[in-house]
Design a protein around this ligand. Structure first.
Ligand code: GCO
Ligand code: MG
Length: 404
């Protein structure tokens, strides 16, 4: 039996901070997993280095479920973003190893491809409506069949989800200390339907249109937004309300047929049990790296399948390529796949992560390299030392702290 001989943690900042766990076995096989938690990176690095890695040495890397249970139940302190991101990193690294040992891409170990490719959505944004329209055009020109649209709200200086430079991704985390933004729900609610209407007017209905609300609304406001967007037939509105209150989605549902997606900040199946079993959402957007890895994500999606809820994995640029690749393997193999986010990564990442995925005609495929198909270059990583960065904090006009 092979055993785990080392487990190392790397923190690197090629464009943005990523935490990577690398596990090596006595047979010399290595596997990697993403342990990045945006703005709280070092806490997961410490959780792994100081508490998890020493316990992995000598364990059988093939017993993925047992190692998962050991880390989840064995710690006594369960769940939470730091714990579950650490567990996820170990889990994905072990799946990567299992694939390499078997000589198979991970999706083959999960039952094989249930579809030819994974439909992904890109992120279009604009400081003005014409700018947004140009950006939607850019994504459609690249072959995307699904586009998320976000525009700056007139009168507000900075709004989430906006790209600052060129490229396909944006980086919300900056500043040695958190920057601050100001929010106005009324202005937002009035403005969104005007630009969604402009998008449909210019490009028609032959592609999927999505929108992220980023937890900013109350349930009744979300119901109003959903209803006002019905003519534009959105694929989903994402995170309409703060996600802790699962029952709140019943009220949103009563007021709109716009599909609802939620889950990027969930860490476990328990965070979405009520939402799924009560059919209060249409898409569950948990991520492989924040919700316990491939092992746990599959359980969430299996529960969802039973209730007609489809997957919509989170895939922002602050999830490392190891995370996106792992998600693609899951997406390809499950029956109830819905949509995968593909925000892409800031330039620089490809010096540290070598990937095997491909994008063609709006679909992604993880590739057929054994394991998850991502290689991590530790030497290159050293050239990009960690930089402390925070996500912004959001306030209402009266100074109250609001959801970001
Ligand atoms: C998304 C997200 C992200 C988050 C980010 C926070 O839908 O892609 O909302 O952009 O803001 O992942 O770290
Ligand atoms: Mg989001």
């Amino acid at each position: 039996m092979a055993t785990i001989t080392s487990a190392e943690v790397f923190v690197t900042c090629p464009g943005r901070n990523y935490v990577t766990l690398k596990i090596t076995t006595s047979d010399g096989v290595t596997g990697i997993g993403d342990a990045t938690l945006n703005g709280r990176e070092l806490s997961v690095a410490s959780y792994l280095r100081d508490h998890v890695c020493p316990t992995l040495i000598g364990k059988d890397p093939a017993r993925i479920e047992q190692v998962w249970q050991y880390l989840y139940k064995g710690a006594y302190w369960r769940r939470g973003p730091v714990t579950m991101t650490a567990v996820a990193a170990v889990d994905v690294a072990l799946w990567d190893i299992k694939g390499k040992v078997a000589g198979l891409p991970v999706y083959q170990l999960l039952g094989g491809a249930a579809r030819d490719g994974v439909t992904v959505y890109g992120h279009a944004s604009g400081n003005t409506v014409p700018e947004l329209l140009d950006d939607v055009q850019r994504f459609l020109d690249k072959g995307f069949r699904a586009v998320r649209a976000q525009a700056a709200v007139p009168g507000l200086e900075r709004v989430y989800g906006m790209r600052k430079g060129d490229g396909d991704t944006y980086e919300p985390a900056d500043g040695e200390l958190p920057t601050e933004e100001v929010w106005d729900t009324g202005a937002y609610l009035d403005f969104v339907p005007t630009y969604m209407s402009a998008v449909r007017e210019r490009f028609g209905y032959d592609f999927h249109l999505l929108h992220d609300v980023h937890h900013r609304l109350s349930p009744i406001e979300a119901g109003r937004l959903g209803r006002s967007l019905e003519p534009y037939r959105l694929f989903w509105i994402e995170d309409p309300t703060p996600a802790e209150d699962q029952e709140a989605f019943r009220l949103i549902r009563q007021h709109t047929t716009t599909p609802l997606a939620v889950g990027e900040i969930f860490n476990s199946i328990w965070d979405c049990q009520h939402l799924i079993t009560n059919r209060l959402i249409d898409y569950i957007r948990t991520s492989v790296s924040h919700a316990g890895g491939i092992t746990h994500l599959r359980k969430i999606f299996s529960l969802a399948e039973l209730y007609g809820v489809r997957s919509g994995s989170h895939g922002a640029g602050d999830l490392s390529p190891a995370s996106l690749a792992a998600a693609l393997h899951v997406d390809l193999s499950i029956p109830n796949f819905g949509m995968q986010e593909y925000m892409a990564h800031l330039p620089g990442y490809e010096e540290v992560f070598e990937t095997s995925w491909r994008f063609e005609d709006g679909l992604m495929h993880p590739g057929d390299r054994p394991g998850i198909g991502v290689e991590f270059d530790e030497k290159a990583a050293e050239r990009f030392p960690y930089e402390r960065k925070y996500l912004p904090v959001n306030r209402l006009r009266d100074g109250s702290v609001h959801d970001w």
